[in-house]
Design a protein around this ligand. Sequence first.
Ligand SMILES: Cc1ncc(COP(=O)(O)O)c(C=O)c1O
Length: 158
Amino acid sequence: MMSDIAVLPASEATIEFIDLSAQRRRLGRRIDEAVLRVVDQGKFIMGPEVAELETQLSAFCGAKHVLSCANGTDALGLALMARNLKRGQAVMVPSFTFAATAEVVAWFDAVPVFVDVCEDSFNIGSGEPRSWHRHRQATWARTGGSHHRRPFRTACRV
Ligand SMILES: Cc1ncc(COP(=O)(O)O)c(C=O)c1O
């Protein structure tokens, strides 16, 4: 088996910002096979591959329900739909993120409120209630791991 690791002299070593070819080397054949299976079935929406993905994600995350969607932007939009967001409502979003995080708030005619992120995790943390304190009706759009749920709840009680 060929190694994915190449040892280069330090002067020649470069690290790609996003090295998609490394992923391709590792998973390429499995991805090609899976894509072919879907194309052969002709079931691009809610087909057996999607059901299998949701089942596996459910087990992996320990979540009762998993709803897959086309991309991260749609996922954020779905989360805000589930919050039954009202027009003009403030939504706390991390200031260090991708444009989509605030964009989806605008889909609902709501107002993104940018708040600082924690230096160690880049997620919104408990130290950040001040900048959104005045938005008592604020809900939130979070990206990142679930380990920051508790500090967020702390912020919600402000
Ligand atoms: C933090 C964050 N949220 C949302 C998105 C949007 O995801 P997508 O491009 O899959 O819609 C991105 C994309 O880079 C992202 O980095």
